[in-house]
Ligand binder design. Structure first.
Ligand code: ZN
Ligand code: ZN
Length: 253
């Protein structure tokens, strides 16, 4: 199984439009971060987690020609706004399978009414087939996926565990019951927005606290803002088994 980080940036992306801080002006490509998303590949099938505004660019950068579906963490625009760009896939296969909680599907139906409608659909509009998931294991093809319910501010959103990899973004709190699902991981991917406290996302310390508690073999931080600091500087401060993810990074398990 292989994970490719398609984007590792917070909602603004990095650089932030108009910002002249050292991170946004950095020449290191690892400081350029598209909106958070990953590609999850098994031998026979490939899924994308989230479909933000950089989706098209991310599919091109990772040279993706086929996907079997999209799994959503939550409905915020930085994770969903690229939905129109699934057209090459829906034209090829007739539709793209979407997997998400009911509140995400309902939100997408409002915002992308022209995609979900079955009447008077305009020519060329994307087509989807949605599957509602709850906080109970489900299958993608023959692979079991375990949702992990986390708080993102007041919102209940999902992270996902595939075998011994877990992917959590936009969390600000995880209950002890849900943390049980994070035992014995080879890899934990978790969000770390910045150094200072933030009400709806883990800051660096909270991400490190979670890692310390559930003790994965390795951890990768994502959903990073320009306020976390330079990739190379922050990387030196991290424990030996914790890494800042960057766009294009691939990990195999
Ligand atoms: Zn986000
Ligand atoms: Zn969010």
């Amino acid at each position: 199984m292989k994970i490719t980080f398609l984007g590792t940036g917070t909602s603004h992306g990095v650089p932030v439009i108009g910002c002249t801080d050292e991170v946004c002006l950095s020449n290191n490509s690892k400081d350029n971060r598209l909106r958070t998303s990953v590609l999850v590949e098994w031998d026979d099938f490939t899924f994308v987690i989230d479909c933000g505004p950089d989706f098209r660019q991310q599919m091109l950068a990772a040279n993706v020609s086929d996907i079997n579906g999209i799994i959503f963490t939550h409905f915020h625009a930085d994770h969903t706004a690229g939905l129109d760009d699934i057209r090459p896939f829906s034209q090829k296969y007739g539709y793209v399978p979407l997997f998400a909680q009911i509140d995400v599907i309902n939100n997408l139906k409002e915002r992308f009414e022209y995609i979900f409608t079955t009447e008077n659909k305009y020519w060329g509009a994307p087509s989807i087939k949605s599957t509602i998931i709850e906080n109970t294991p489900f299958n993608l093809e023959n692979k079991e996926v375990i949702p992990i319910k986390v708080k993102h501010g007041k919102l209940d959103i999902f992270g996902y565990r595939f075998d011994d990899i877990a992917y959590i973004t936009d969390a600000s709190f995880i209950s002890d019951i849900e943390k049980e699902k994070l035992q014995n991981l080879d890899v934990l991917v978790v969000n770390a927005l910045r150094i200072d406290f933030h009400p709806t996302h883990f800051n660096l310390q909270k991400a490190l606290d979670l890692i310390d508690k559930v003790k994965p073999k390795k951890a990768y931080l994502t959903h990073i803002s320009h306020k976390l600091g330079l990739h190379d500087t922050v990387s030196k401060l991290l424990p030996d088994n914790v890494f800042l993810a960057y766009d294009g990074l691939q990990i195999k398990v």
